[in-house]
Design a protein around this ligand. Structure first.
Ligand code: ADP
Length: 338
């Protein structure tokens, strides 16, 4: 892969990492332009955190070239560390300190002049909607507040490249949306580059300029969200009928993706947008078909994996069945079917 170091915030070529007999990353290439959001999408155990740890110099790759903000991660780890911020699973928040104290501590660690520390903390608290809770210990914060504080602490050092490791896992929908707005704002207003890892297709879709899908140590797809969604296809609507005669009639009338005769349910293609739902309901009404229940399914990680690899994402919590390491084998031998 050819990369332009002037334009790339993150450039990786042929990165490989194994733990014992487990090949976790098997020839990863990345080229992430400065000032963009890049999402690394994959189920639990896919190797997302491992890649972030390698890029942020916490661990070494077995092979491969990696540059972050123009610095080589092996030859100039100090340069990389000075340019990056890491937020997420290894949260830096000290629960016994208040939000403000956490930020002041971070400002001191980043050698901010004394006069600038309080101003920086106050600005960040306000920007992340934490001013009211500034004097409370962080352990009293909700999950969303903690994540926001964690990200605010990362920003004290004014990083050019930010790694967000599963920034919204476990958050409620509202906190998740707030986090998305903050991240997008950072990129738009300050031109930072964000690499985020996520298990949520929706998150990658909302935030990222480009998405890469990690599967068994390899990137099986890479491109803008629109392209990925085109490959995955749209969502579907599930209709359940109480009356089997209505069910039969509907199955004959509608464009059906799949059916379950026992449960009297039909799946028909379509997303959750109001216009198409209204059109569907009108159509059912006109045909006097009484629907007992309607469910909208938007594509998720499982759909992505099914479409791209022909198999579902590996179940959460199970170790990904990666291929054993065989140093003699050329990387292409293990290429999964597209
Ligand atoms: P993800 O972030 O996508 O959930 P990880 O990068 O945490 O995935 O893990 C990828 C694989 O590497 C998993 O099979 C995990 O068990 C394994 N792994 C991660 N860290 C270590 C380690 N320090 N020692 C051994 N195996 C590890």
């Amino acid at each position: 892969m050819t990369t332009d170091p002037g334009r790339s915030a993150i450039a990786a070529t042929a990165v490989r990492k194994a733990y014992g007999g487990h090949l976790v990353l098997d020839g990863i290439d990345l080229d992430i332009p400065a000032g963009s959001v890049f999402a690394l999408l994959g189920p639990n155990g896919a190797g997302k955190t491992t890649l972030v740890q390698i890029l942020s110099t916490l661990i070494r790759a077995d092979r491969g070239e990696l540059r972050v903000a123009g610095h080589d991660v092996v030859r100039d780890p100090g340069g990389v560390r000075a340019a990056i911020g890491v937020t997420g699973q290894f949260a830096a928040v000290d629960g016994f300190l208040t939000g403000e104290e956490n930020l002041l501590l971070m400002a001191r660690l980043n050698h901010l002049p004394r006069s600038a520390r309080r101003r920086s903390a106050a600005d960040l608290l306000e920007r992340f909607e934490l001013t009211d809770a500034a004097r409370k210990p962080a352990l009293t914060y909700s999950g969303g507040m903690r994540r926001r504080l964690d990200l605010a602490m990362t920003l004290v050092g004014r990083p050019r490249v930010i790694f967000l490791d599963e920034p919204t896992t476990g958050l409620d929908p509202r906190s998740r949306r707030t986090m998305w707005e903050i991240v997008r704002g950072l990129v738009n207003d300050e031109g930072v580059t964000v690499l985020l890892t996520t298990q949520y297709l929706e998150e990658a879709d909302r935030l990222a300029d480009r998405i890469a899908v990690l599967h068994r140590g390899k990137l099986v797809a890479e491109g803008p969200p629109e392209e990925l969604k085109r490959q995955v296809g749209g969502g579907h609507v599930t209709l359940r009928f109480a009356d089997p005669r209505d069910y039969d009639r509907a199955a004959r009338t509608l464009d059906v993706v799949s059916r379950d005769d026992g449960a009297c349910t039909l799946q028909i293609p379509g997303g959750g947008d109001v216009r198409s739902l209204r059109a569907l309901l009108d159509r059912l009404d006109r045909a006097s078909l009484a629907v007992d229940e309607l469910r909208v399914h938007t594509p998720d990680l499982d759909d992505v994996f099914l479409a791209l690899t022909g198999s579902p994402a590996d179940p959460v919590g199970r170790v990904s069945p990666v291929d054993p390491v065989d140093p003699a084998a050329p990387a292409t031998e293990q290429e999964p079917a597209r």
